[in-house]
Design a protein around this ligand. Structure first.
Ligand SMILES: [Zn+2]
Length: 379
């Protein structure tokens, strides 16, 4: 119910009843408990359409916090959010290869101390990474258990695209009725899907593998075993590979160094009017648009957000290409609008989403599998 209030606040008790299907007496009881716990408060009365003044309910943002850590190749992005999804702190810290759990536990202590967040109000830590899945007990399960034991708080692990989708869903206050998808462009490509306010997981937490949607039967071979996977044409890595295949462009832009830095160089050149760089990025955007349109058609999505480090610089090129492709070919284009939006914080979206998962787990239990609770007081 807090999730309903959060997505529509300020909201009246009557509207909460309509949205949740709960009876008025149950709503009154739950609201009284939530007010007593400091999670929500009543705001001023308004004249409703029905002519009777009603008290509205709203969230107390500073009551609870979630922390998200987004693991990169050499660094961790740390984010804390409050109950409304507002970011209260962010930092990027380098990581070395040794004792990951120990480093992350120390980062958590430094980060929350630096923000002056009372430990009893931090509801947990989410660790998000491209290869992490709540359904995989081995790789990240051990890290999760060790962190939960050390920090004595709930810890979860999540895939970056899935986490980013939930974060974008929260921060945009997307209506729960909307079929919502986030496309996460990074060194790979992923998608997260939110239906009815909750992440769609699939049979084993692997839903949203957009990067391995094939756009050509006999196309480029992919390590997954398939051919023509869109990731092989449109990921940051594929785009850098494509740009490096033009010797003049590669030497003019000096495309050596890591994939991330080379990609940002190509993307910056593309948005600054370099015709050759623009052609490379726009072609990748075209490939991506074909795959995303298939996803939109398959699921009848009403709203898409482009997010992840790959859209931080040249997001407008991807958004323009996708909008044009959907307007020309999407099956539902004559029935309803299909919104394409760009993330406001594409480089931090997965960390923000991880933190949002923590907050959602604390206010709407049951939506968040894989949360390992190690706090002594937790039932
Ligand atoms: Zn593949």
């Amino acid at each position: 119910m807090v999730d309903v209030i959060r997505s529509a606040e300020p909201i009246s008790r009557v509207e909460v009843a309509e949205l949740t299907g709960l009876t008025q007496p149950s709503i009154s009881n739950i609201v009284r408990d939530l007010i007593a716990a400091g999670v929500i408060h009543e705001t001023g009365a308004v004249d409703s359409a029905r002519g009777k003044p009603r008290k509205l309910l709203a969230i107390n943002p500073a009551n609870l916090f979630g922390v998200g850590f987004q693991l990169g190749p050499e660094s961790v992005t740390c984010v804390a959010i409050d109950l409304t999804g507002g970011v209260v702190g962010r930092e990027v810290v380098p990581l070395d290869g040794s004792d990951l759990a120990g480093q992350l536990a120390a980062r958590f202590d430094d980060f929350t101390d630096g923000l002056d967040l009372p430990r009893e109000r931090v509801e947990g830590l989410a660790v998000v990474a491209p290869t992490a899945s709540p359904g995989d007990p081995d790789t990240f399960g051990a890290l999760r258990d060790e962190l939960a034991d050390r920090l004595k708080i709930p810890v979860l692990v999540e895939n970056d695209a899935a986490a980013a989708a939930l974060g974008e869903f929260w921060s945009r206050r997307v209506s729960r009725e909307q079929s919502f998808g986030a496309v996460y462009l990074s060194t790979g490509i992923g998608a997260g899907l939110v239906f009815g306010g909750a992440l769609f997981r699939g049979a084993g937490f692997d839903a949203g593998e957009l990067g391995h949607l094939s756009i050509q039967y006999d196309g480029r071979p992919c390590p997954c075993g398939n051919q023509g996977c869109v990731e092989r044409y449109a990921s940051m890595s594929a785009t850098v590979e494509e740009a490096r295949s033009y010797p003049e462009l590669a030497s003019r832009l000096r495309l050596d160094g890591t994939v991330s830095s080379a990609y940002d160089t190509v993307a910056r050149a593309a948005v600054n009017g370099d015709a050759e760089a623009y052609a490379v990025v726009d072609k990748a955007a075209g490939y991506l648009s074909v795959a995303v349109t298939s996803m939109v058609n398959l699921l009848d999505l009403g709203r898409i957000v482009l997010t992840g480090p790959g859209v931080a610089v040249a997001g407008s090129i991807y958004a323009r290409r996708l909008r044009a492709h959907l307007a020309r070919t999407a099956h539902a284009r004559h029935r309803h609008e299909i919104l394409v939006e760009l993330s406001a914080q594409p480089r931090n979206a997965a960390a923000i989403g991880g933190a949002a998962l923590i907050v959602q787990a604390s206010i709407a239990p049951g939506h968040t599998p894989g949360l390992r609770v190690s706090r002594d007081s937790a039932a």
